[in-house]
Design a protein around this ligand. Structure first.
Ligand SMILES: [Zn+2]
Length: 72
């Protein structure tokens, strides 16, 4: 089950929410100030935007372990 991390734009409070598939984020609100101005952080899966993640080197196939350094 994916855990999403949100940060409130109003008060800067960040928190994690265990969100089920198909459950929309529209009802989410900041537990601190109860506003709905939340930014999704994608801390678990899409954390690597730039740098040396899978896809950057192009040497990783599904099922292989792709460690840093690319030892083959
Ligand atoms: Zn807030």
């Amino acid at each position: 089950m994916p855990i999403y991390e949100y940060q409130c734009r109003e008060c800067g409070h960040d928190f994690e929410i265990l969100q089920r598939l198909g459950e929309s984020a529209k009802s989410l609100a900041c537990p601190q100030c109860h506003r709905k101005t939340l930014d999704k952080q994608f801390s678990t899966f899409a954390g690597t935007v730039a740098g040396d993640g899978p896809g950057a080197g192009g040497n990783c196939s599904p099922g292989n372990m792709c460690g840093p350094g690319g030892f083959t």
